[in-house]
Write a protein that binds this ligand. Structure first.
Ligand code: 5AD
Ligand code: SF4
Length: 459
């Protein structure tokens, strides 16, 4: 007799680490009889995997819960039950309050307690609501099942580090994700080997402060991120490696050198600078000046001149004047980012920034953000245009938008579309870039290109 399977819908908000956690939750619930569905109205269990980084992100969860409630009522009128869980950083930060404010919710589970999810679901099936937001001593990574790797995936995320000890004064992460923790090297190697065996060609190592990685190495000593990357580069089927997000203070010499001498490490680095004024940087507790950031960029570019730099920037931190904001624009202009994510400062309860004097009016933040975004959009387009005319190795990940087209990524993380055979998906091939559109590049396969199995490494 086959037991009837149930349906699970996960909606993910926020960062890539949440995307990774969502995949792990789906895997953890598969043995409990849940298969993933894209349709919320089809789901017996709805999980919102939430983000708390800015106020807007947290608000979105409550408005989404409104929709979840309507969906639950509609299903109820058809005689079908719906269980609702809130996971992620809003769950961690608000805990009991979610249960109080949103009666539709059955389970609240923080990011460090995901391995408890199957138990909590079993409890909820008996009608018991629960809130699990401890930072338990047992390691969630060892308790979660290892990846099945069933569906074809070319590029995968692997969390190697979680939490943060930096305490930037605007940021909730040290409170929601807790203290810095690094997974042991052997666990990461085993996970990446499994991914490689399942067809993955590119891994992006994730961590809130990934370059502070200091996990137990294969020889028992603490390994740096650079050492971990060198070890992962030995896995033959892994052709490309990336990592995110890094703190300027933790870019050590070894890691900088790796950009120059490890060809599997892609020339792309996400390195937030947050603000260009030293006074604001100090108030943010960033532990670096604008000058130090720029000199660091010079050193990384000396190791890898074609590096694509990406960053995060906040406008309107308390006390930010027009001159301070101008400093932020100036740094962005001098560095020339290939990509940048920019945000209006959002006061997060419990962080030191929230009680600082000189909170900047919303209108001013809005204006500054618009000015900054126009400038960084221009520098992104400039970077993209500079790749036109070049021959670039592209890792193909899937079908394109049009028939006969395949899509992949350049070493600089740009989306590339080209006419080509589907069999190239999962492989690297050279493309002559012909044009840069608003969000992607287009090109043609290198004319002299002849495809042979297997093409694994960049040429
Ligand atoms: N307000 C605005 N932006 C924030 N970030 C983090 N906390 C806040 C906040 N309170 C931004 C930072 C960080 C990115 C992930 O989100 O730029 O690097
Ligand atoms: Fe938040 Fe990043 Fe600062 Fe840590 S280093 S407190 S995660 S902004």
């Amino acid at each position: 007799m086959t037991q009837s399977r149930k349906k699970l819908h996960i909606k993910t908000f926020g960062c890539q680490m949440n995307a990774y956690d969502s995949e792990r939750m789906a895997e953890a619930l598969a043995p409990a009889g849940y298969d993933v569905t894209e349709a919320m109205d089809d789901a017996d269990l709805v999980i919102l995997n939430t983000c708390h980084i800015r106020e807007k992100a947290a608000e979105k969860v409550y408005s989404e819960l409104g929709r979840v409630r309507l969906n639950k009522e509609a299903r109820k009128s058809q005689g079908r039950g719906t269980m609702v869980a809130v996971a992620g950083c809003v769950a961690q930060a608000e805990g009991e309050e979610i249960i109080a404010r949103a009666p539709v919710v059955d389970i609240v589970v923080g990011p460090q307690s995901l391995h408890r999810l199957a138990d909590l679901v079993a409890k909820a099936e008996t009608g018991e609501r629960s809130v699990e937001t401890e930072f338990p001593a047992d390691d969630k990574f060892t308790a979660l099942p290892s990846r099945a790797g069933g569906k074809r995936q070319v590029s995968a995320f692997v969390t190697v580090q979680e939490g943060c000890d930096k305490f930037c004064t605007f940021c909730v992460v040290p409170y929601t994700r807790g203290a810095e923790y690094s997974r042991p090297v052997t666990d990461i190697v085993a996970e990446v080997e499994r991914l490689a065996a399942a067809g993955v060609r590119e891994v992006t190592l994730l961590g809130q402060n990934v370059n502070a990685y200091h996990g137990d190495g294969e020889d028992g000593s603490a390994w740096s991120l650079a050492r971990l990357l060198r070890r992962l580069a030995e896995i033959p089927d892994i052709a490309r490696m990336r990592f995110t997000t890094s703190h300027p203070r933790d870019m050590d010499e070894d890691l900088i050198a790796l950009f120059g001498d490890e060809e599997k490490l892609m020339p792309y680095l996400h390195l937030p600078y947050q603000a260009g004024s030293d006074r604001i940087l100090a108030a943010m507790n960033r532990k670096h000046t604008a000058e130090e950031y720029e000199r660091l960029v010079d050193r990384i570019r000396a190791a890898r001149p074609d590096l694509a730099l990406s960053t995060d920037i906040i406008v309107g931190f308390p006390g930010e004047t027009d001159e301070d904001f101008q400093d932020t624009l100036d740094v962005a202009k001098r560095v020339g980012f290939a990509q940048a994510f920019s945000f209006k400062y959002s006061a997060r309860p419990g962080t030191p920034g929230a009680s600082l004097e000189g909170q900047v009016p919303e209108m001013v933040k809005k204006e500054r953000l618009a000015i900054l975004q126009a400038q960084i959009e221009e520098s992104r387009r400039t970077f993209d245009r500079a790749t036109v005319g070049r021959r670039i190795p592209v890792l193909f990940e899937g079908n394109g938008r049009k028939p006969g087209q395949i899509a992949g990524r350049s070493p600089y993380l740009q989306a590339v579309y080209v006419d080509g055979p589907e069999r190239l998906i999962g492989h690297i091939a050279e493309v002559d870039i012909l044009a840069a559109g608003p969000n992607s590049l287009t090109g043609v396969m290198n004319a002299g290109f002849e495809w042979r199995e297997p093409i694994r490494t960049a040429v």
